[in-house]
Design a binder for this molecule. Structure first.
Ligand code: 5GP
Length: 204
């Protein structure tokens, strides 16, 4: 049975990284797809774990070779989802999370309409600004770009299947887990488990 594709988007600083880590800790059989990026590595990040950090030339070559399921320019850097990583993991039966921006989300939803898209919305602009400042990863200029982009990105919430408001982490984690669990109970996901049970009712 193939796994499902979950697309998760949020404005930068929206807390999706933390929420996704909670889901990965609490659920089996789900993996996060590691993207490629031209963004410089931040302190504490690891190549192959947070991203595959590549040069612009390498990124261009990967585009030409058709390596990406989707790619986009976000906040002045390029980010791309590996087609191979996603397909391999789905075929192995894992649910795969794509932590991508709203442009990437729209592209993947078009390619794979059965994928499940979730928008993580901060409780307000002011909370988002404070979270980004507290994170301390951005220069003044990059902070400005990310906040400007956030104003545009939040308006895309309407294109998603689900919206989770990330106010209190524990509540948002529960809401996100509920989406994964509900999707896994769908008839289409359960056929191989359900059929033998139904057959057992005929075998007496
Ligand atoms: P950051 O630089 O903070 O890690 O990520 C910036 C933005 O790029 C986030 O909104 C993140 O979701 C998005 N992003 C990360 N990987 C990808 C990807 O493979 N494709 C697209 N379209 N966006 C991505």
């Amino acid at each position: 049975m193939k796994g499902s594709l979950f697309i998760i988007s949020a404005p930068s600083g929206g807390g999706k990284g933390t929420l996704i880590r909670e889901v990965l800790k609490r659920l089996d059989n789900v993996v996060l797809s590691v993207s490629f990026t031209t963004r410089p590595m931040r302190q504490g990040e690891e190549h192959g774990k947070d991203y595959f950090f590549v040069s612009h030339e390498e990124f261009k070559r990967l585009i030409e070779e058709g390596e990406f399921l989707e790619y986009a320019e976000v906040h002045g850097n390029f980010y791309g989802t590996s087609r191979k990583i996603v397909e391999d993991k789905l075929n192995q039966g894992y649910d795969v999370i794509l932590e991508i921006d709203v442009q990437g989300a729209a592209a993947v939803k078009k390619l794979a309409p059965q994928s499940i898209s979730i928008f993580i919305l901060p409780p307000s602009y002011e909370v988002l600004r404070k979270r980004l400042l507290k994170r301390g990863t951005e220069t003044a200029e990059s902070l400005k770009t990310r906040l400007e982009n956030a104003r545009r990105e939040v308006k895309c919430y309407k294109d998603f299947d689900y919206v989770v408001i990330n106010d209190k982490l524990s509540d948002a984690t529960k809401a996100l887990l509920a989406i994964f669990l509900a999707e896994r109970q769908k008839l289409s996901r359960q056929a191989s488990k359900v059929e033998p049970i139904i057959e057992s009712f005929d075998n007496d």
